[in-house]
Every structure is written in C-alpha cells, then in structure tokens.
Design a protein around this ligand. Structure first.
Ligand SMILES: NC(=O)c1ccc[n+]([C@@H]2O[C@H](COP(=O)([O-])OP(=O)(O)OC[C@H]3O[C@@H](n4cnc5c(N)ncnc54)[C@H](O)[C@@H]3O)[C@@H](O)[C@H]2O)c1
Length: 273
C-alpha cells in the first residue's frame, strides 16, 4: 500500500542519543522532522549541526528548544507545527505525524534513603522526573490526537530500559518513571485501538547504550561492564540500532503490533546476569 501523505516524525529528545539517531535515520527515509530538545548554550552548536544534516538529506527540520513537560511550551510548539502543516495543505499535500518518539532523558539519580535529605529523593525530584520521563507522553498524545495530527498508520514509541524491572542504587526515581511510562503506553495503545484511530503505541526497551544520559549515571562503569559481558552479540546497543528498529517498525504491515515492550538489545535482557 502506498502512502502519499506527507510524513512527519515528532521526536521528543531530538538533539542527542537515540532521538538524534532516529531523527537522522527517518530524515534519510522521507520523513520531515519536528524535534523537541532542552539544550543550553554549549550544546546549541550540535543542534545546528543536526538540523544542517537533516537539510542535507533533503528533509526539513523544525526544532524547538524547550522543556517538553511545560504545557504552554507544548501548546506553542504544536501551534507552530499546525502552521507548517497548513502551508503543506494549502499546497495540496496531506501532512500527518506518522512517528511520535518520546526519548527524553531527564531524571534525578539519587537514592530514596540518604542520611542527608538533600542527597536523597524528595517530592520535587520525584514529581519532576515522573512528569518529564513518563507523564509528558500522555499530555503530548492527548493534544496530538485532539488536534488531528495523528492519522491511521501513526506510531507512538516510548523509550524504556531494563531499569523498569531491575534495581540500581541511584536509579530508583527513573526506574519508577520507566515502569509508569510502560503502563502509560499500554493504556494509550488500548484507548487508541478502541477509538478506531489506526494509531499504535509501543515501548522500546533499549539495551545499555553509550549516550550522555548513560554517562550521568554514577554506576555507569559497572553498568557498561555488565552489558558488555552479558550481551551475546559481544557489543553494546547503539543509538543507530534503535533508529533502525523504529524505521522498520514504522513501515507498512505493523499496524497490529501495539501495547508491547519491544527489546532492542541483541539479547542482552534475556541473557541475565
Ligand atoms: N542510554 C541508555 O543506555 C538507555 C537505555 C534504555 C533506554 N534509554 C532511554 O532512552 C531515552 C533517550 O536516552 P538517551 O540515552 O538517548 O539520552 P540523551 O541524553 O542522549 O538524550 C536526551 C534528549 O532528551 C532531551 N531532553 C531532556 N530533558 C528534556 C526536557 N525536559 N524537555 C525537552 N527535551 C529534553 C535532551 O535535550 C536530549 O535531546 C531516555 O528515555 C532513556 O531513559 C536510554
């Protein structure tokens, strides 16, 4: 079946790691890219490089430097995307967001129990991490669905990790956000199906991958050592592995895959400790 609509990917976390690799891969395969990221001065040069690469691939990059968990900012970004879609529609094309990827890494890496209250989790850290890494997916999808940005064939992906079901000393807050994110994605998958939208939602469970987010985890050296030892392929997962999977899963014939947690790790998870 051919799809002659104008395909867009909305990538939350499009300036680094898995989101960056997926933006570039989808851009190379006919998608236009709307990217949301949160970067400060030192990192902005890299964002400009990504946008230039997307343009060199013959695609288009609409990037927003903002907190993806801010309701007003989300409304502003969606208004800008709407304006861009209106221009395409005026030229006789049918734009829609085929891929939504939630790839935000922003969490407190602290234990629950700490003698020094400042060094442990508190309500603000807990709620901010949950809001960015889990709940924001729901609010984006609500607005995308209500706003008519999604259409039959659209695919939603959220990024989880083995940490949703395992414990690491500093990862408790993120771990709980990952468990919630998986649950949110299942719920969205079910509601989108019952509404007859033709939109699917799945969680991608990537293996341990060297990115800026991983390097912020205090236990990173032990995590990298264990992943390298356990992974039966003899190497760790890369952002490109995730990007290739999202491209393939977003092709034709995958509309009955929904509500799943899909491992992209070369068998790292099943190999155990
Ligand atoms: N790296 C790993 O080993 C690994 C494994 C499994 C799952 N994951 C998950 O994959 C996702 C992507 O991780 P990554 O390793 O590619 O991270 P990364 O640090 O390379 O990229 C994170 C992206 O999120 C953006 N971001 C962070 N907070 C934001 C906010 N509040 N608003 C808007 N943008 C924000 C950053 O600007 C960046 O573009 C995360 O959800 C992470 O938990 C990572």
């Amino acid at each position: 079946m051919t799809d002659d609509r104008e395909r867009w990917a909305l990538i939350l976390g499009a300036s680094s790691g898995m989101g960056e690799a997926t933006a570039l891969t989808l851009a190379a395969n006919g998608y236009r890219i709307a990217g949301v990221h949160l970067d400060f001065r030192a990192a902005l040069g890299h964002v400009e490089e990504i946008k230039a690469k997307i343009a060199d691939l013959g695609s288009e990059a609409l990037y927003f430097n903002m907190n993806a968990a801010d309701d007003e900012k989300r409304a502003g970004a969606l208004a800008a995307i709407r304006e861009r879609f209106d221009r395409s529609a005026a030229e006789g094309r049918t734009p829609y967001i085929r891929v939504v990827m939630h790839s935000l890494a922003f969490g407190s890496l602290v234990p629950f129990l700490s003698e020094d209250p400042k060094a442990g989790v508190d309500r603000k850290k807990m709620e901010m991490t949950q809001d960015v890494m889990a709940n924001s997916l729901v609010y984006w999808v609500q607005d995308l669905w209500r706003g008519g940005f999604l259409a039959p064939g659209s695919k939603i992906y959220a990024m989880t990790s083995e940490g949703s079901t395992r414990v690491v000393p500093s990862y408790g807050v993120v771990s709980s956000a990952k468990a919630a994110l998986e649950s949110h994605t299942r719920q969205l998958a079910m509601e989108l199906a019952r509404l007859g939208t033709g939109v699917t939602a799945n969680t991608i469970r990537a293996g341990v991958t060297v990115t800026p987010a991983l390097m912020k985890i205090p236990e990173r050296d032990a995590i990298i050592e264990a992943a390298t030892r356990r992974n039966p392929t003899g190497r760790m997962t890369t952002p490109q592995d995730v990007a290739n999977t999202i491209l393939a899963l977003s092709g034709e014939g995958t509309e009955f895959i929904s509500g799943e947690v899909i491992g992209v790790d070369g068998g790292e998870y099943i190999t155990g400790s």
